[in-house]
Design a protein around this ligand. Structure first.
Ligand code: SF4
Length: 310
């Protein structure tokens, strides 16, 4: 079966990257809120990946386009500065280890200007790898892993079909840190709905504090048609937060978590308000910004619903 190139779904910080697919879909396709729910994982042939790396190297070096290469490769490569690569798709770390090493070695050899390679990884993908294996990947410039914690509330983790406990996500984070790979963690505001909001906020604060990652990215829940959570809302079994309630949750999380050195942001397009800063030093500034918007309760201060993205 031929490989279907996935759409680009990426962390905000990867906007300058070249997007190189190794897989399509997600190996852990059971999360009830996620657009990847029920997706079929496809892994791409190494030869096919190498062919794209060859085309990219040729284009980067001499702007030569090959007619056999899909136009999307050149569309992405057009403005690429040759420095960052983001491996697609939902969890490219699931790509078989020997093949992943082969691809990264080839990439390093063909495009030595590459400084950092990043990818999404599920906690399960990370736990399958030893610290030594992660160090090998680090040596080949895998510099950042983006992992979804979503919530620190274990009951909610189970409810949303995440397939891991908060302790396992913490363990995965420790391995990544030991391998000296930057670790970025995603949390989702509103994931517990109205009823679990307090618990979601307090448990998430507890777990991200224990993880002490380099980055935390807050997203706001967007209900995706076709997902089980969307169905629950339709049946009035799930009660989503209002935009201001989601900001209250964000404020609680910032207030109650502590880090040694973390860039915390809600810059993702799904959020109603973009707040960011280095923690611990910017904590007061961020809390004041949130308190001000919460006190004003003016919808004009928020990103309008139609401009929110996944
Ligand atoms: S939330 Fe992450 S692990 Fe779960 S289905 Fe989506 S991409 Fe996969």
């Amino acid at each position: 079966m031929s490989f279907n190139r996935p759409d680009i779904i990426r962390p905000p910080s990867e906007w300058r990257s070249y997007f190189l697919p190794l897989t399509s879909g997600c190996s852990n396709n059971t999360c009830t809120f996620c657009a990847y729910y029920g997706s079929k994982l496809q892994t791409r042939d190494v030869a096919d990946v190498k062919g794209e790396i060859d085309a990219l190297a040729l284009f980067t070096g001499s702007r030569i386009r090959l007619p056999s290469v899909p136009g999307v490769v050149y569309a992405i490569a057009q403005d690429w500065d040759g420095k960052r690569i983001f491996l697609q798709d939902g969890d490219a770390l699931v790509y078989p280890f020997a093949k992943l090493m082969e691809v990264l070695q080839y990439l390093n050899e063909k495009i030595p200007s590459v400084e950092r390679i990043g990818t999404y990884a599920t906690p399960q993908d990370i736990l399958r790898r030893s610290v030594d294996e992660l160090k090998e990947l680090r040596r080949l410039k895998l510099g950042i892993l983006y992992t979804g914690l979503e919530t620190g509330d274990d009951e909610l983790l189970q409810k949303i079909g995440k397939g891991v406990t908060s302790d396992e996500v913490i363990e995965a984070g420790n391995k990544v840190k030991e391998a000296r790979i930057s670790f970025s963690v995603t949390i989702i505001l509103g994931l517990g709905g109205v009823e679990r909001s307090q618990k979601h906020a307090s448990e998430t604060s507890r777990v991200i504090t224990e993880m002490d990652p380099d980055y935390v990215g807050a997203l706001t829940l967007t209900l995706v048609p076709g997902t089980p959570l969307y169905g629950q809302r339709e049946r009035n079994e799930f009660h989503p937060l209002s935009p201001f309630q989601s900001l209250e949750e964000l404020k609680l999380i910032v207030e109650n978590s502590s880090f040694s050195d973390c860039f915390f942001s809600s810059m993702h397009a799904s959020n109603y308000l973009s707040v960011r800063g280095k923690l611990p030093q910017d904590k007061e500034i961020m809390l004041k910004q949130l308190a001000k918007v919460l006190a004003a309760r003016d919808p004009a201060l928020l990103r309008p619903e139609f401009l929110r993205g996944l």
